[in-house]
Write a protein of this length. Structure first.
Length: 220
């Protein structure tokens, strides 16, 4: 499995299903945020956590992807996907509305991941935690302001205990949104500088270690 970050909360996952390769795109942004998105991204499945312009630029997605943008349970190409309702803020959606969390279970690769989208609740509900505790890979917003903060994200990671946590939705060069950078998040784990990688290539056997590894991706 390969995981590529295009910046902000936009990811491309190249995985495997029963019919071979499965490409999944998540929350593509548009140029209004100051970053230039890739011109074309091919995908079999497109996940959209909510319809804000920095998460739903469907026009750059090539092919005819199966779009999932609401809570529910889905199975596409032997990938099991569960959309979980949540809030974009800590006042039950009154400020920024709803957000869908996605749990993806790659049965053929035996890898389970969770994409939190623009999760803004200080504390998930017990039911939400039940669905996401123990996933292998967690994509988590850390920039605050519109989502949970870096320190809140660190606390949530300690509850979920993923094998790998990938921060997203934070300040990077060129982004014009008022967000914090990743330093507060890393500091909560006692991490100063951390090397970025262009692509995360992962196999199930590499996820058997103890503890959580924080992975910083470089924008592709």
């Amino acid at each position: 499995m390969d995981i590529i970050w295009h910046g902000h909360s936009f990811f491309k996952i190249n995985g495997k299903g029963e019919e071979g390769k499965v490409n999944i795109a998540i929350d593509p942004f548009d140029e209004s945020i100051g970053l230039i998105p890739p011109q074309k991204v091919g995908a079999d499945i497109l996940l959209i956590s909510h319809y804000h312009s920095d998460h739903c630029n469907t026009k750059i997605i090539q092919g005819s992807p199966f779009i999932i943008d609401t809570p529910g349970e889905y199975e596409i190409k032997s990938i099991f996907i569960k959309g979980i309702p949540s809030f974009h803020d800590n006042v039950q959606g009154k400020e920024r509305g709803l957000n869908t969390i996605f749990v993806l279970d790659f049965k053929d690769e035996e890898i389970k991941m969770c994409y939190l989208g623009d999760f803004g609740e200080t504390q998930p509900t017990p039911k939400t935690l039940e669905d996401i505790v123990g996933v292998d890979i967690l994509f988590i917003p850390v920039g605050g302001k519109f989502t949970i903060s870096g320190k809140e994200a660190a606390k949530l990671i300690n509850q979920i205990e993923p094998k790998i946590a990938i921060p997203m939705h934070y300040k990077i060069p060129g982004l014009n949104l008022d967000l914090d950078d990743e330093k507060s998040f890393l500091g909560a784990f006692g991490i100063g500088e951390k090397e970025r990688i262009k692509k995360l290539k992962i196999k199930k056997d590499e996820l058997k270690r103890e503890g959580t590894e924080i992975v910083l991706l470089d924008r592709c």
